[in-house]
Design a protein around this ligand. Structure first.
Ligand code: NAP
Length: 273
């Protein structure tokens, strides 16, 4: 029970396919007490069975991160129900459709600002507002993607947001390190979720990742969950400012590995669908 006695808030569960759900489940299985959030009433109703399963039916709070007053209300609820918190999971991103395909230089200023606000600034704001509640040794975790480091087709605006998010993790790690608070990100490989459905040609991305990863397959939210639990627990007590890849090794490849069939013909071998 690696998370026994730990209390934390998980933002970004839309359904049981969400990466945040995988992380919440792994933490709960290791004894953590959770609170979770939803974007608006429509999604809140859908989250009730998940909250029940995660043992937090009474700690299901609204929080649209674009509304500062909702982040402050979240702090008040957490203070009332938990007094102190030991971890925050920020698993939230959004970019308007025009930012996830087409010509990169056609992205408008408004779309750019919305993506940066929800996908990047929210991590800073949530951490600042919840900081008075955070225990020494507390851990903050966010979610990134390799498209913030290298070009990935159609990831466009979200790539720029993830680059900013990864740098935010490093600056926050330094700033909060003096209070014993750690800040890390997981850079996950592609997973079919609601957010991913908005990215053009996502199924091709999945195939490409499986074909070109050392493990020759895609990853699951349970695998991100286990790694997330590690970064939120004492197991990673000296780890901060890191971007930890959970992607089957895709990011290390400079060229796909070629194998040869019986006739000596080269091909790319993989186990995916
Ligand atoms: P997801 O299940 O759709 O989760 C995204 C979450 O962000 C949803 O719960 C969504 O809420 C929430 N959200 C969007 N705008 C919000 C706002 N204004 N206030 C509060 N919440 C808001 O998709 P996911 O793939 O698990 O995404 C989680 C994180 O992982 C994101 O940062 C994503 O970029 C990252 N990531 C995903 C992949 C992948 O391939 N799936 C890979 C690497 C990194 P609603 O659903 O209620 O709108």
């Amino acid at each position: 029970m690696l998370m026994s006695g730990k209390k934390g808030i998980v933002l970004g569960i839309a359904n049981k396919k969400s990466i945040a759900y995988g992380i919440a489940k792994a933490c709960r299985e290791q004894g953590a007490e959770l609170a979770i959030t939803y974007l608006n009433e429509r999604f809140g109703k859908k989250l009730e069975p998940i909250a029940e399963e995660l043992g937090c039916s009474s700690r299901l709070y609204p929080c649209d991160v674009s509304k500062p007053e909702e982040i402050e209300a979240l702090r008040d609820s957490l203070e009332k129900d938990f007094t102190k918190i030991d971890f925050i999971v920020h698993s939230i991103a959004f970019a308007p459709k025009e930012g996830l395909g087409g010509h990169f230089i056609d992205i408008g200023k408004e779309a750019f600002n919305v993506a940066m606000d929800i996908s990047v600034y929210s991590l800073i704001e949530i951490s600042r507002v919840l900081k008075p509640l955070m225990s020494e040794g507390a851990s903050i975790l966010t979610l990134s993607y390799h498209g913030g480091v290298k070009y990935i087709p159609n990831y466009n605006l979200m790539g720029v947001a993830k680059a900013a998010l990864e740098m935010t993790v490093r600056y926050m790690a330094e700033d909060l390190g003096r209070d014993g608070i750690r800040v890390n990100a997981i850079s996950a490989g592609p997973i079919k979720t609601l957010a991913a459905a908005g990215i053009g040609d996502f199924s091709f991305m999945l195939k490409w990742n499986a074909a070109h990863s050392p493990l020759r397959r895609n990853i699951s939210i349970d695998e991100v969950g286990k790694s997330g639990m590690y970064l939120l627990s004492e197991l990673s007590s000296a780890v901060t400012g890191e971007i930890h890849y959970v992607d089957g090794g895709f990011n290390i490849m400079g060229m796909p590995a070629v194998e040869f069939d019986e006739d000596g013909k080269p091909h790319i071998a993989w186990n995916g669908e």
